[in-house]
Design a protein around this ligand. Structure first.
Ligand code: ZN
Length: 313
């Protein structure tokens, strides 16, 4: 049987970073303003290492290259998903991502980006930007051109436990006071639309208005699907999303859950509580991969986990 792969996060200091990571991971993180923790990543800008076991010290990109059997022999140059914890003390810039077709054509064969957010914690009266309110492309160009951001942007209140699917072409931004887990396609193509006219090192950060306006979908349609929770013996299960790139499920375990790993791989993120996974102690802040052929994982304890993977074929 292939063993559990526990990953070491890569922390990123950001000007907008907050101070909630310490509580989430349960240990001190060097430096202030840790905005992002890349918890499952094989990206060259933040390649996670395996914490223990047969592959201790190896990076996820190395495993992807040298031991593709752990991922069911999936094809592709790079590990397909990227999971981050994001802690925003300030507002992030307003952006949009292209789809695979546009990125492939305009960004030298790069992938587009679909991502989703599950809100772990937020301040009272926090909100987030998802979508816009222009009814036509013409109106969109007019509102953006005249910087009528309040009218254009779709600002929505958020609470812990909320979930948002950000399809390519969806205008979006995380706002201050928010801690969330993001699951996304492993890609970094971002078009910045507006940065609140802030200065960084004395000058404004670059915007990409033309490309952004090319890819924004108009009118905006909410991509949230049905998210009913089923109560089962020992746990509650909620399917958060199933799209072309990933599935994301949440399990709130009251006593135990038998998780059948029948996919190329599954990512397990413990977002609250603690317990065991096949007798290995796991707790909030732990992120791991159940490789191909792992079989059934027995999770015991009181904890919530987010499970993500590539779509069921
Ligand atoms: Zn994004």
């Amino acid at each position: 049987m292939n063993e559990l792969l526990k990953l070491e996060p890569v922390f990123k200091q950001m000007i907008w970073g907050g101070n909630r990571m310490k509580d989430y991971f349960g240990y001190d993180i060097p430096g202030d303003d840790t905005g992002e923790a890349w918890v499952v990543s094989a990206h060259p800008q933040g390649d996670c290492r395996i914490r223990e076991g047969r592959f201790a010290g190896k990076t996820l990109s190395w495993l992807w290259k040298e031991h593709r059997e752990l991922f069911g022999g999936l094809e592709g140059d790079q590990f397909p998903l990227l999971v981050k914890i994001i802690d925003a003390r300030d507002d992030l810039s307003i952006q949009v991502h292209p789809d695979d077709a546009y990125a492939g054509e305009k960004e030298g064969g790069a992938l587009g980006k679909t991502e989703c957010w599950y809100i772990l914690d937020c301040k009272d009266q926090a909100d987030i930007i998802v979508g816009h309110r222009a009814k036509s492309r013409e109106k969109m160009r007019e509102m953006i051109g005249e910087k009528r951001w309040n009218e254009f942007l779709n600002v929505r209140p958020i609470h812990p436990g909320d979930f948002f699917q950000i399809n390519p072409g969806t205008v979006h931004a995380i706002k201050n006071g928010t801690l969330l887990i993001e699951i996304q396609q492993n890609s970094a193509i971002t078009y910045r639309l507006y940065d609140y006219d802030r200065l960084s090192g004395g000058k404004p950060r670059e915007l990409h208005l033309d490309k952004a306006m090319d890819v924004i979908r108009c009118p905006y349609e909410d991509a949230a699907g049905d998210r009913t929770t089923r109560h089962e013996e020992g746990y509650d299960h909620t399917r958060l999303i199933s799209c072309d790139y990933y599935t994301v499920d949440k399990y709130d375990i009251q006593s135990s859950l038998s998780l059948n790993q029948d996919r190329p791989f599954l990512i397990v993120s413990v977002i609250s509580g603690e317990g065991t996974l096949d007798k290995t102690a796991v707790k909030k802040g732990d992120h791991m991969i159940l490789p191909c052929g792992y079989g059934t994982a027995l999770l015991e304890g009181e904890m919530s986990i987010v499970v993500s993977g590539v779509p069921e074929s």
